[in-house]
Design a protein around this ligand. Sequence first.
Ligand code: NAI
Length: 481
Amino acid sequence: MVKICCIGAGYVGGPTMAVMALKCPEIEVAVVDISEPRINAWNSDRLPIYEPGLDDVVKQCRGKNLFFSTDVEKHVFESDIVFVSVNTPTKTQGLGAGKAADLTYWESAARMIADVSKSSKIVVEKSTVPVRTAEAIEKILTHNSKGIEFQILSNPEFLAEGTAIKDLYNPDRVLIGGRDTAAGQKAIKALRDVYAHWVPVEQIICTNLWSAELSKLAANAFLAQRISSVNAMSALCEATGADVTQVAHAVGTDSRIGPKFLNASVGFGGSCFQKDILNLIYICECNGLPEAANYWKQVIKVNDYQKIRFANRVVSSMFNTVSGKKIAILGFAFKKDTGDTRETPAIDVCNRLVADKANLSIYDPQVLEEQIRKDLSMARFDWDHAVPLQQIKAEGSSEQVNIVSDAYEATKDAHGLCVLTEWDEFKSLDFKKIFDNMQKPAFVFDGRNVVDAVKLREIGFIVYSIGKPLDSWLKDMPAVA
Ligand code: NAI
């Protein structure tokens, strides 16, 4: 029986391996992690991550051919194929700080594999890594290999949080990169055979190692670029009276461009886009390509601009001051159907409003109070490091921030409300009831274009939607940065 082990039981390792176990009942799959609380949660009724459909998949296989364990070394020792899906954060210190990928976790996983292995193994890069990481990993493994053969494959993951199970069941493609040697091709075939249990073979793309590694960074950069492009358009729409939804529709119906990923918003978030583009920028710089680096830098700059533009719009609309005013924040996760808050635009928007002395009342259907407080007081990029390494700012903003358990409580007596995540439940709120309980004038700032602005204006709200013609009230207020 083939045995697979995955190092790293996070947003990628957990769901990916659960689906692999479900689709390959004759393969034993062990997901291992150094974090005991995380493994305990995977073995409990409350899984450590929220993902539609995930509970069901885990329930069907856990204890049969899917196991979660902290005994990393034992499972690596026993496995034929070892996936590595550990975090690859942005470096916070030293050479390449603020851009380069920190491969500390990856390297320690590779060293451990080299130390404990007594039989040949295929080691699969599942984490998103800089192009040519496989070369470094190969050196670590072969240096300590005691005559054992290791084959390195790159098999980047393209799932999106919130739709991970759907994406894993029906991926657009699976990408496998390997060495162009007989042993490399044999390893590619072994992994292809695993995926072929449920993915049509023509959708399994096999390439060289460097193309596979770079394709993942490229895909994220292209996706984020679309969001920054439409967000840059949204600012111009507000200035000219065009409507970004109409523009996006008109542009997206061009079959060469396509309709997806053209929703204007308060900005992109999530653990990958910014981190991976920064990494790409660093690689361009290291290869002496400053123009290419600057091109991608702009995607991040526009995203930062969009978050700050939104927060400034809130302040300027409310007579240029939010000091002492209650502002409801609806949604904190970086997108709907996930409890993940890594790099969520809500962090920058909330911190900006707190700096202007607003009192925030935050509600998110999936994010716990402890997480929100931590996010609002953590140093940049620290979220992706192991807990003992994280720096929490001593002076918190806790008295200005209140976390509540429903949207009506959040908005009671508030001067304004900001929608920062597109949760479906926000579309069907009783806005008449909310209006009646708010201070007047009552403002809605819709950072996701999910509320029915026409209906809300009829109720009496002053409404700001991203990239839409402005209410006359907002037009008269000071211009925003
Ligand atoms: P995560 O932070 O949720 O999970 C990583 C896990 O690895 C943590 O639980 C950590 O305790 C564990 N870990 C770290 N070092 C370890 C070691 N030496 N031994 C055992 N366990 C160790 O991260 P996530 O989101 O799952 O991402 C993992 C990788 O996949 C990253 O490179 C990311 O860029 C990439 N990726 C993430 C996607 C996402 O949507 N979150 C999508 C596609 C790729």
